[in-house]
Design a protein around this ligand. Structure first.
Ligand code: ZN
Length: 198
């Protein structure tokens, strides 16, 4: 993991956003509360949500030392790096509920200021933003700026919490993002935790 960056989000905010904490549909053996891998998704690979020369992963998808499970991947770039649409879709601005964070203690707000991109039957969440770069309800195209990496809500440092949902359920984003982004995938293609294995 990246030293000093324990980039966390909050399950409560995800529930508020309509996420489910059960396994992936069609894969009864998948339990995201454990390290049992979820089935790979089908469908086109989408774009990268954020890029920079020093890009790293501070927390992978699935069960981690800090969250059980962690419902997305945490990507780290210099503060206020631009985040962009991974697909053509409709963008919405959102704000986490002012409830206490399980971690770090003393903070509130779940995913903080976060973006919601509805595209091609999937929903992509961009958590902990510092500011938005697209208007609420905007029709955006892949690569278009949506906002800027921040540390709002339940976060201990600047990072982007990137999460993917299908039918209201959280799914592993790793099979959907470009190979090698944000770190080499494992041989099954199910994990892209980089230097922060669950
Ligand atoms: Zn996260």
């Amino acid at each position: 993991m990246v030293a000093g960056v324990f980039a966390l989000s909050i399950v409560g905010a995800l529930l508020a956003a309509g996420a489910s904490l059960v396994g992936v549909a069609g894969d009864p053996g998948c339990d995201r509360a454990t390290t049992t891998p979820c089935a790979a998704l089908t469908g086109a690979v989408v774009g990268a949500p954020m890029n920079c020369a020093t890009l790293s992963v501070s927390q992978g998808f699935g069960d981690t030392p800090w969250e059980h499970p962690h419902t997305g991947i945490d990507i780290v770039c210099p503060p206020a790096t631009m985040v962009v649409a991974v697909a053509d879709g409709v963008f919405h601005r959102n704000q986490g509920a002012p409830i206490a964070c399980p971690y770090p203690s003393g903070r509130t707000g779940g995913l903080g200021m976060y973006g919601v991109l509805n595209a091609g039957g999937r929903t992509y969440l961009y958590g902990h933003l510092e500011a938005f770069a697209a208007s609420d309800g905007a029709h955006v195209t892949i690569g278009q700026p949506l906002g800027f990496e921040g540390a709002t809500g339940c976060a201990t440092g600047y990072h982007l919490h990137f999460e993917v949902l299908e039918g209201g359920r959280v799914v592993n984003p790793c099979p959907l993002i470009p190979p090698g982004y944000p770190a080499p995938h494992d041989p099954t293609g199910l994990h892209c935790w980089g230097n922060a294995p669950p």
